[in-house]
Design a protein around this ligand. Sequence first.
Ligand code: KG4
Ligand code: ZN
Length: 335
Amino acid sequence: MLILGIESSCDETSIAIVRDGNEILSNKISSQIAIHKEYGGVVPEIASRQHIKNIAAILQESLEEAKVTLDDIDYIAVTYAPGLIGALLVGVSFAKGLAYGKNIPLVPVHHIRGHIYANFIENEVELPCMALVVSGGHTNIIYIDKNYNFKNLGATLDDAVGESYDKVARVLGIGYPGGPVIDKMYYEGNPNFLKITTPRVEGYNFSFSGIKTSVINYVNKMNMKKENFKPEDLAASFQQKVVNILCDKVLKACDENPVKNIIIAGGVAANSLLRKELKERGEGKGLNVYFPSMKLCTDNGAMIALAAYYKIKNGYKEEIDLSLNGVATLAIDEI
Ligand code: KG4
Ligand code: ZN
């Protein structure tokens, strides 16, 4: 089964072709980071325009690399939510056009499900498992039962982890996206430099806003006093606190629910400290800890194709009206 996966929810235009849910024939990604960097974050209108400019060429490149044509494709999968609405519309409209023109079934995919299923491309993950979702817009702990049913156990009450990384980076003046830079700075700083209070949050929920504010307040205080500080120390203190909280919560969820496996999903799954600490601490408790390879952590079309593969395997029937007469809307649903 060949699935073409299209992703355009934020600042990456990506199209991939995946065979039988485990073989990536191509996964072309055109990142707009260099363009948005000068604004300190993603500018939605620019993102939509870049997707329009790139998407047809990315399709061509992806087909060429996979050495297939559109006639070989069995399903077209596309991210329909969540994300920047203009950016999503480009991918969804493009996917609908292809599906209608070539008479190929269309499968709508929730972006976060894509991040979760990225774990299943390279690893044989046994179910049930616990998913720690850490992206620019989401922070969730999700229990996945043996029939691939998702149960959301907890979520952030304010900022998402990736969002707080990006906001701290902005205050430290180190550009967008902040995650990868803070991750590097961690190794040149003192993680015990700034004492950050652990927020008291019930159950499996999270809060990152106070942690971010501790760093921002320190920076403002030092700037007001015209005193110097080492940004690496703040980056290290911030990252250490965030990673400790993520590990504590997901391991608690594993203690209290019947699972032996943990997966990490979303852009922050690329974080070196989170990967190391969760693996060490999880394995110390007899759990298997999985994360996608770096290229599959951030937004890409392969994860969207994969999520569609599992959706089809679990009985998905095309439910979208692609006729030109019908209003072809996709309902926004929960993860
Ligand atoms: O999943 P993603 O590509 O987009 C969303 O679906 O939101 O995640 C992007 C987020 C950004 O906030 C970025 O700063 C963060 O992932 N990120 C990282 C790292 N690489 C990317 N955060 C921490 N450490 C990293 N190495
Ligand atoms: Zn994402």
